[in-house]
Design a binder for this molecule. Structure first.
Ligand code: PEP
Ligand code: MN
Length: 605
């Protein structure tokens, strides 16, 4: 049985699309709805579902950019595109009358598609809803004849609603584009592996160029010179990166066509960033959109959760196939808000060991931002050796950290210690830190792997490099590819420093893994005056970023006071670091010039 996952509840368009696609492919399938696109993506990426579906564009409402971004973030591979005719009906509870409707629940894209119809409904206002299935379900649950939903006829059948109006879209030809996706790590036994490819293939890319005259034209010329037909182009500013714009583009052809491959090679040279989302079967003919009514999925949701991670094909040679450099020779760059990690910028994460008060964290946030930090870090749940030592402010600390993050615009990082903290922490912080003491708390690693937030994973006090990589594999195996590895010192026989900062781990990790590598000299040496030199060494040896503890008044810090920098010390360190160039991989390393396996794309980051 093929398991397909979509965002929404029974009756959502995504469910109709995926069920139709799989039926056409001759597969017996179960469709399972999850609350968000992000969860859909992690479910597919972790192989707990075979396929997923992402809405990507609506003919009237425009691009659903989140769809493209999720493909890139979760390494999903598009297989086919489906154009689905959106046939919206106004559905109400039995006995409802069109003239009595006061509220219309609908997905924002559906509201856009039905603008004229809604404008003509006197006294009714549109209320956005996460998907069409939810809109229909809420109308049925509420039982209020004054509330109706814009949804497909199938949703009316599912929820016993009656049709109050048909042909609600502004243009009867409107349709939505959906992409059917699977994990790039799915093996040859994938249920759709034997499906023949259609003759017409399409490729989607995301690229970023400097905003200067002619840079987009140059990229388009590369396609035109090769007679490649562009199908769609959309741009957005790269917020916080004033001189760069991001473009989403679809064009005809497959990355395996020589013509397309040469265009992509050329584009890489002109673009600041370029991500190939993949090639897939293009939709042919008119949009489809039958009056579909797939089986109710609730009873089978359990099947999805029962799918064991053991099902993931793991090559025997390495305990960390997804973390290994071999799986991504070009390296992983990730974004946290507007901050680019391992993408040509050296990232400094700074803040106090513990959040202690509003004044302390806001003052620190402003100071570290002014001196060049890109993210703010503060502990709210502290792993302390003694149970009588300050344990952190808990959720109050998280709220204060979030406040300081908002006040300065800095993304925030905080440690999560237990599984039951993960979900709530993921709602409030941008990066989940796993502390050294929890590096091998495997259930916690799996939980953060499902949380949909980047993870900063610290090396354990006496963990080997291989154990750190295997710990990261737990996070990736759950579908979260966004992990930053962090060397923070290990326990040795040497008592002069708090730990022994193993800077040799940096080139080793960079060679063995594609993940970004940070260094935390604060915990590494534990002595304020030695942190500066080690920050410089870490940058020189190839770290992508640093974690530095900073406090407005170090002697008064409630934890780790001996290693906290003053604002002045921090400013000096950053100024010194600015003079050290970012190190690229050493050309003598195994991946420095040519990765031994896989297609190399540019210089490994
Ligand atoms: C910290 O970051 O404050 C911390 C407790 O770090 P580690 O887990 O590396 O000891
Ligand atoms: Mn600390």
């Amino acid at each position: 049985m093929t398991i397909a996952v979509y965002q929404g509840v029974d009756g959502a368009y995504s469910q109709l699309v995926i069920a139709h696609y799989l039926r056409e492919a001759g597969l017996e399938a179960t469709t399972v709805g999850v609350p968000s696109y992000r969860e859909m993506a992690t479910t597919v990426a972790s192989l707990r579902a075979d396929v997923g579906v992402i809405p990507i564009e609506n003919a009237i409402g425009g691009t659903v950019r989140e769809g493209y971004d999720l493909l890139a973030e979760f390494d999903l591979s598009p297989m086919a595109e489906v154009h689905w005719r959106t046939d919206h009906r106004l559905l109400g509870v039995p006995g409802a009358e069109l003239r009595d409707v006061r509220e219309v629940l609908a997905h924002p894209l559906v509201i856009a598609e039905c603008g004229r119809f809604l404008a003509g409904l006197d006294h009714a206002r549109a209320i956005p809803c996460e998907d069409t299935g939810v809109a229909a379900r809420e109308v049925a649950r509420g039982g209020n004849p004054a509330v109706a939903a814009l949804a497909p006829p199938a949703a009316g059948v599912t929820y016993d609603l009656v049709e109050l109006a048909a042909n609600c879209t502004d243009d009867p030809n409107t349709y939505s584009r959906f992409l059917i996706v699977r994990s790039r790590h799915a093996d040859g036994d994938h249920p759709l592996a034997s499906k023949p490819q259609s003759k017409r293939r399409k490729t989607s890319l995301i690229f970023g160029v400097e905003e200067k005259t002619g840079s987009l034209a140059r990229c388009l010329a590369i396609l035109a010179e090769r007679n490649i037909n562009g199908d769609k182009l959309e741009s957005k500013p790269f917020l916080g990166h004033g001189t760069e714009r991001i473009f989403y583009i679809d064009f005809d052809g497959d990355v395996d066509d020589a013509n397309v491959a040469s265009a992509i090679g050329e584009l890489r040279r002109c673009c600041r960033t370029l991500t190939v989302l993949g090639s897939y079967d293009a939709h042919s003919g008119a949009p489809i959109g039958a009056n579909e009514h797939p089986p109710v999925a609730a009873a089978v949701a359990a099947a999805l959760h029962a799918r064991r991670i053991e099902a993931i094909p793991v090559p025997a040679e390495t305990p960390f196939p997804r973390v290994s450099r071999i799986s991504r020779p070009e390296g992983t760059a990730l974004r946290v808000g507007n901050v680019r990690v391992a993408d040509g910028e050296f990232v400094i994460v700074a803040g106090p060991c513990s959040v202690e008060s509003r004044e302390q964290i806001v003052e620190t946030a402003k100071a570290v931002k002014a001196h060049g930090a890109a993210m703010l870090r503060g502990g709210a749940f502290k792993p302390r050796t003694s149970p009588y030592a300050f344990q952190g402010l808990g959720w109050e600390g998280v709220a204060l950290l979030a406040e300081a993050g908002r006040a300065t615009g800095l993304p925030i990082v905080s440690e999560v210690m237990t599984i039951d903290q993960v979900e709530r922490m993921a709602e409030q912080v941008d990066v989940l830190q796993i502390g050294a003491r929890n590096m091998q708390n495997f259930d916690l690693l799996k939980a953060v792997g499902r949380a949909g937030r980047p993870v900063l994973l610290k090396r354990g006090l006496s963990a080997t490099i291989e154990e750190l990589l295997a710990a990261a594999e737990y996070v990736l195996s759950e579908g979260n590819p966004n992990v930053i590895l962090c060397e923070r010192g290990i326990r040795t026989f040497e008592p002069a420093t708090r730990n022994t900062l193993d800077l040799s781990a940096v080139p080793v990790l960079r060679e063995r893994s594609h993940l970004p590598v940070f260094v935390d000299p604060s915990h590494g040496v534990g002595v304020r005056r030695w942190i500066g030199p080690l920050c410089r060494a870490a940058k020189a040896v190839g770290a992508h970023g640093l974690l530095i503890e900073v406090h407005p008044n170090p002697p008064e810090a409630k934890s780790d006071k001996d290693q906290a920098m003053t604002f002045g010390d921090f400013a000096e360190i950053v100024a010194e670091l600015d003079r050290i160039p970012i190190a690229s991989l050493d050309r003598h390393s195994a991946f420095g010039s040519a990765p031994p396996v896989g297609k190399a794309a540019g210089v490994p980051q």
